[in-house]
Design a protein around this ligand. Structure first.
Ligand SMILES: Cc1cc2nc3c(=O)[nH]c(=O)nc-3n(C[C@H](O)[C@H](O)[C@H](O)COP(=O)(O)O)c2cc1C
Ligand SMILES: C=C(O[C@@H]1CC(C(=O)O)=C[C@@H](OP(=O)(O)O)[C@H]1O)C(=O)O
Length: 378
């Protein structure tokens, strides 16, 4: 019954949506890393609920680092990130406490925790727990950025609306990643973004919700990261991405489209570019044999429509043991995609840092980054 990820750097998530606070403990960060708190704040901002397209539960999401951080640097001991819950309305859940919400974790959590679970706002299963993941991901991200790695995610598809996709070359993707950095709504095509916003608002009016697909790219990832079989890059990233609430599918490169391709179409031919080995296409999403090949890592994440909708639904009442009708109250996201994009980026950063730490050279590189200016003995 553990909730920890990672072997070199370990992440333990804690808290509940309506408890006092949520947070994450990061254990194993080397001492002496100067944290970029501005980057952390920018990333947190991207996940915040804004306007009619998000939950009306507006949280400040102020990050407090309460341990493992001293004089602007990591101290090498467990780093604890705490985010207070300041805007809870638990009464919304009191009336329907015994009525299971379809597609949420109410029933499965009840079975697992034998009725001792904190049901308010989905408790520990809430999408709210992705706030500390974004804070932790920003630390992984800043370490990777020092090595030149860049990561970005956009909404490729929201129901029947489709955005422009990432290009095939590193240069194209580099320009697209730079463009996405300051988008308030994560699409590559602004007009398509506006249409998606309208669609989410229309769905909300219909007391409904909507899902879709996120497309992500990570560039300048060194070739050679990942282990064969169990710790392949795909395994590490899929593990993390499937940990995000509402994620129901993950695919790499051409993913399920490989089913339609002959070998002659699917193979990524090798070529030399300025003395470097590259591939002419990138159907394999930058990964061969579970190991990075230096091309952009390219993946898709499917996010389902938000479970909590305001239409009447069929359910079961745990108290009476009978079938019952459920009409929820509360404040919910009519779509999760736009808020989850930065969560996906954060998980990719955490996963790539884990893979980097699995390489002796990678670990040495990260240790080199931490300054030794405070050391008495060097
Ligand atoms: C950023 C984010 C926000 C979410 N907001 C809501 C929400 O407002 N209402 C809701 O019912 N589910 C929301 N979810 C999804 C649920 O937390 C998730 O569907 C639920 O925990 C069940 O997990 P599963 O969908 O992975 O099976 C959100 C998820 C994320 C990542
Ligand atoms: C609060 C956040 O999102 C929440 C995620 C969520 C869920 O069931 O996942 C349900 C709602 O919370 P509650 O019903 O407790 O008000 C959302 O508002 C957040 O992301 O910060």
């Amino acid at each position: 019954m553990k909730n920890t990820f990672g072997s070199n750097i370990q992440y333990t998530l804690f808290g509940e949506s309506h408890g006092e606070a949520i947070g994450i403990v990061i254990d194993g960060l080397p001492a002496g890393i100067a944290l970029d708190l501005d980057l952390m704040e920018r990333q947190m901002e991207k996940r915040k609920a804004k306007g009619k397209i998000s939950t009306q539960r507006k949280e400040a999401d102020q990050v407090k680092i309460i341990s493992g951080y001293f004089n602007g640097h990591t101290s090498g001991t467990p780093l604890t990130i705490l985010i207070e819950n300041t805007n809870v309305r638990s009464q919304d859940y009191a009336r329907t406490q015994m009525l299971l919400r379809p597609s949420h974790a109410d029933y499965s959590a009840h079975v697992k925790y034998r009725g001792f679970e904190d049901y308010r706002g989905g408790g520990h299963f809430s999408g709210r727990l992705t706030a500390p993941i974004v804070a932790a991901g920003s630390i992984a991200m800043q370490i990777l950025q020092q090595l030149g790695v860049q990561i970005a995610t956009h909404i490729e598809k929201l129901h029947d609306l489709e955005d422009v996709r990432f290009g095939q070359t590193i240069e194209e993707v580099e320009t697209q990643i730079a463009y996405l950095q300051d988008r308030s709504f994560p699409t590559l095509d602004e007009t398509c973004g506006k249409a998606m916003i309208e669609k989410i608002e229309a769905c909300a009016k219909q007391k409904d919700s909507v899902g879709g697909i996120l497309e992500s790219a990570a560039i300048h990832v060194p070739a050679g990261l990942g282990e064969p079989f169990f710790d392949s890059i795909e395994s590490i990233l899929a593990h993390l991405l499937f940990s995000i609430p509402a994620v129901k599918g993950v695919s790499f490169g051409s993913g399920f489209d490989f089913a339609n391709l002959y070998g002659s179409e699917a193979n990524d031919a090798f070529a030399l570019k300025e003395g470097k080995i590259v591939t002419k296409s990138n159907h394999n999403g930058g990964i061969n044999g579970g190991i990075t090949n230096g091309m952009p890592i390219h993946l898709h994440t499917v996010i389902k429509a938000t479970p909590s909708i305001y239409q009447e639904q069929d359910s079961v009442d745990l108290q009476s043991g009978k079938e019952a009708k459920l009409t929820i109250k509360g404040r919910h996201d009519p779509a999760i995609l736009h808020r989850a994009a930065v969560v996906v980026d954060s998980m990719i950063a955490i996963g790539l840092l884990e893979a980097l730490c699995q390489q002796e050279a990678g670990l040495a590189l990260i240790k080199q980054m931490s300054s030794n200016e405070r050391g008495m003995i060097v």
